[in-house]
Design a protein around this ligand. Structure first.
Ligand code: BGC
Length: 615
């Protein structure tokens, strides 16, 4: 009991401390959003109710019933969800054309307010063919390098802007507490302090020194709040255990674990925040006035706008119109209504007319949205609203690939290295490589790559698989052979088996068991049967249960979901770069240990949070 009281006191104190630093930052005038309040007031004063509701509406571009809906519904924003490509394919050119084609419609409206176009650029501009795909957040967390995280997000912003798009639904500042959750890899860490440390740099990377810079992209901290704290078994989604479930913790715990990333993001000037699907003690976050208005806007002083998650308001209550009212009155400013936008628009107009939603709430929402649009320079009549061909050279550039490669090598965590198996000599006569993730760019990139759930195989152009990287790294006289099942290793000096997960994303990535699959285990066994030292590389979105591989393998490296630049893996394997990565999640021995964290009474994982060998 006493320990509990002390813990509560400590966490209140640390939250107050964080709040203190936030307030001094705003007092110091670092909040870049409040610069055009008089103009905004004048504009809001001129707007009709319909024009205001239009600004609060975000349809999915592929679900627009007619492009003229952008004009007729005064649409303020559009999104491309994880699977929403331009009709003509998803080349760089197709994306630029799509953006331009949609943006021109706003010029036909009375007020000509430009669209904010949002996309899930969560590890690079990952929906677009040929983009540089960076490691997912879990790997960036292991780098523990805020400067590098900022560089990664800056490069992402440059690739996004090259297609004209100005808004990334990133960074995800979730603090996953149970790695069975399929979104674990979207989080930097299970440790709130590390998430706090990396969230600010991520926002700064995307938004640049000022939102008005041509290469800046509006960031969106998500998913507010407690998305990573849901209790196993509380999800109502088919097949999921945790995703969109209920976070059952008291307010002090919610603040201690799940809030610090948002405080850091707000401190860094984040312009948008996405309320979450999950509930907090039974109430959907997207309909919670306590969370959205009292804590986020009033207490933390967030001055940007809130964008709901994809169809998230539908889950607040079965009656759609009532759900719209609850969410807007709770403080939601813009609603992601992929398909139901006409219905939502009609409902919200009616709800204001009949007094259920006060006009003051609508004005507050529109003011916040316009505040961001002004801060981004979008309201500047001289700004070219269309994509700029001059920015094309940034897309998929060698400079960005280099940043990604650095991120990969700093994210690798060496878990075991018996008998100095690593680093591998480049002139070794023959290396045999095996495993399903050795030669698969899609598996290396994971979910949210080209497709929403990701896909195995040659999903994107450019990039290097781990096998190709090994081949490039060895000396000219050395031989690299490959068999997926690890057979045929006899005669080689060393084996490398690349095992792990296949791509998945939200809703479909929750798992009961994180054991390595049979195919992986057999590949390691086959390789070991050749009587050679074996290095196991785990490519996965979370720690996996290694079982007897812990003893069988001579060396083990966690490579997470490194993205397109597999050469970064070889940099560490062959000693061109000394490993520095440290676990951003505890690595359990078995499923029975889950969930378990540093500070728990029987914390005894295979590898602890912060673990990582050097050589
Ligand atoms: C996800 C968000 C994402 C949104 C738009 C939702 O399903 O939860 O993270 O930003 O879709 O694609």
């Amino acid at each position: 009991m006493r320990t509990l009281q002390i813990a509560t006191l400590l966490c209140v104190a640390s939250t107050l401390c964080l709040l203190g630093s936030f307030q001094s930052a705003s007092r110091a005038g670092q909040q870049p959003l409040l610069q055009h309040e008089a103009q905004i007031k004048e504009l809001v004063g001129k707007m009709t109710l319909e024009e205001k509701v239009g600004q609060m509406t975000q349809p999915e571009q592929s679900a627009l019933k007619d492009l003229t809906d952008i004009e007729n519904y005064f649409v303020g924003s559009l999104l491309s969800g994880g699977d929403s490509d331009p009709k003509e394919g998803n080349s760089f050119e197709a994306w630029r054309n799509l953006y331009d084609r949609l943006q021109v419609h706003t010029q036909k409206t009375r007020l000509q307010i430009p669209l904010l176009y949002g996309i899930d650029a969560v590890h690079g501009h990952n929906n677009v063919l040929g983009a540089v795909v960076f490691p997912h957040h879990i790997g960036l967390g292991c780098t523990r390098n805020p400067g590098l995280v900022e560089k990664v997000e800056r490069a992402t912003a440059e690739e996004v802007r090259a297609t004209g798009i100005q808004w990334a639904f990133a960074p995800c500042v979730t603090v996953p507490q149970d790695i069975r959750w399929g979104r674990t890899y979207e989080g930097f860490s299970e440790d709130p302090a590390l998430v706090r440390e990396l969230s600010g740099p991520a926002v700064r990377g995307l938004q640049g020194m000022s939102l008005a810079e041509p290469m800046s992209v509006l960031a969106c901290a998500k998913h507010f709040v407690g998305d990573g704290g849901t209790v196993y078994g509380t999800s109502q989604l088919k097949g999921a255990h945790l995703d969109q479930g209920d976070t059952k913790v008291d307010e002090a715990t919610l603040r201690r674990i799940h809030l610090p990333g948002y405080i850091a993001a707000i401190n860094a000037g984040v312009g948008s925040i996405m309320p979450s699907y999950n509930s907090w003690n039974g109430t959907r976050a997207s309909g919670s006035k306590r969370l959205l208005t009292e804590i986020l806007k009033e207490e933390l002083g967030f001055e940007g706008f809130l964008i709901s998650d994809y169809n998230a308001i539908d889950a607040i209550t079965p009656n759609y119109k009532e759900a719209v009212a609850i969410s807007i009155n709770a403080g939601m400013d813009m609603v992601m209504v992929p398909q139901r936008y006409r219905e939502y628009y009609k409902d919200l107009v009616e709800l204001v007319k009949d007094g259920t939603v006060p006009m003051s709430r609508i004005d507050d929402a529109v003011t916040r949205i316009l505040r961001v649009k002004y801060a981004m320079g979008l309201m500047d009549k001289n700004r070219n609203q269309l994509s700029d061909p001059k920015l094309a050279s940034h897309f998929g550039s060698p400079e960005h690939r280099e940043i990604a490669r650095q991120a990969v090598r700093e994210s690798l965590v060496v878990l075991k290295n018996d008998g100095n198996t690593l680093p591998i000599a480049k002139n070794v006569t023959r290396i045999h490589v095996g495993g399903k993730n050795a030669d698969d760019i899609g598996n290396q990139c994971g979910g949210w790559t080209i497709d929403w759930q990701g896909k195995s195989g040659d999903v994107t152009t450019g990039g290097t698989t781990i096998l190709a990287a090994i081949k490039k790294a060895v000396s000219s006289g050395s031989q690299v052979t490959f068999s997926k099942d690890g057979m045929g290793a006899a005669g080689a000096k060393l084996g490398i088996v690349v095992v792990g997960e296949k791509p998945y994303a939200e809703m479909r990535g929750d798992r009961d068991s994180l054991a390595l699959d049979k195919e992986d285990q057999e590949a390691v066994t086959n390789m070991k049967a050749a009587g050679i030292p074996v290095v196991v590389i785990v490519v996965s979105g979370r720690p996996m249960i290694l079982g007897d591989i812990v003893t069988k393998a001579d060396a083990i490296v966690a490579a997470w979901l490194p993205g397109t630049e597999g050469q970064g893996v070889a940099d560490v394997l062959f000693g061109d770069f000394a490993p520095t990565g440290k676990l951003s999640f505890s690595w359990p021995r078995d499923m029975k240990q889950l969930p378990s964290h540093q500070g728990d009474a029987n914390y005894d994982p295979q590898y602890k949070l912060g673990y990582g060998l050097k050589y």
